[in-house]
Design a binder for this molecule. Structure first.
Ligand SMILES: CCC1=C(C)/C(=C/C2=NC(=C\c3[nH]c(/C=C4\NC(=O)[C@H](C)[C@H]4CC)c(C)c3CCC(=O)O)/C(CCC(=O)O)=C2C)NC1=O
Length: 169
């Protein structure tokens, strides 16, 4: 599992280089967003259940067929599995935000997920939508908490969306 710093050092070490101007710039930008990243992670931690619940309500409001007979989230068990998946995406997003690196997502979340979703008929479009709704909620809460530039929050949510949304499942 890597973070912004270990990834960078690893790349320079492979070729035996000292940290150059590019490396210093990317380290500066990582540390410049450091406090905001920690603040965002804390905010997610304290509101996780509420964020997942709200995102779920909005997702099923937009896609009511998911919870009707024949829908993938129909029955209490599958409804709960869907919200649990959303909670996984949110929790791992908070780790990736602190690390400023998507490696943890590849390693712990996305590995083999397509195949699993494919075999269970979990639709990727609405899953991606659920991830995007959570992103919007987190960004709004971060802005309300005084984080001036919330653009760094996009990365983990957009990364998971891209990886899940690419091609048909
Ligand atoms: C931490 C990494 C990790 C992930 C990501 C993960 C996902 C994951 N989601 C699953 C199921 C599922 N996932 C969903 C999700 C949904 N259905 C919908 O219609 C919605 C679009 C969506 C919610 C947004 C559902 C309904 C199931 C149960 C499917 C079934 O058993 O038929 C399963 C199959 C096993 C199980 O039910 O527990 C896995 C492995 N597990 C992990 O360990």
């Amino acid at each position: 599992m890597r973070d912004a710093v270990t990834s960078l050092i690893r790349n320079y070490d492979i070729t035996g280089r000292y940290l150059d101007r590019n490396a210093i710039d990317s380290l500066k930008s990582y540390f410049a967003t450091g406090m905001a990243r920690i603040q965002a992670a804390a905010l997610i931690t304290s509101n996780a259940a509420g964020i997942v619940r709200q995102a779920g309500l909005q997702l099923f409001d937009e896609n009511p067929e998911l919870i009707r007979p024949g829908g993938n989230a129909y029955t209490t068990r599958r409804y709960a599995a869907c919200l649990r998946d959303m909670d996984y995406y949110l929790r791992y997003a908070s780790y990736a935000l602190v690390a400023a690196d998507t490696d943890v997502l590849d390693e712990r979340v996305l590995e083999g997920l397509r195949e699993t979703y494919n075999s269970l008929g979990v639709p990727s479009g609405p899953t991606v939508r659920g991830i995007q709704i959570m992103k919007d909620i987190v960004k709004a809460e971060a802005a309300a908490a005084g984080i001036a530039d919330t653009s760094f929050l996009d990365q983990p949510f957009d990364y998971m969306s891209r990886e899940l949304g690419e091609n048909d499942l």
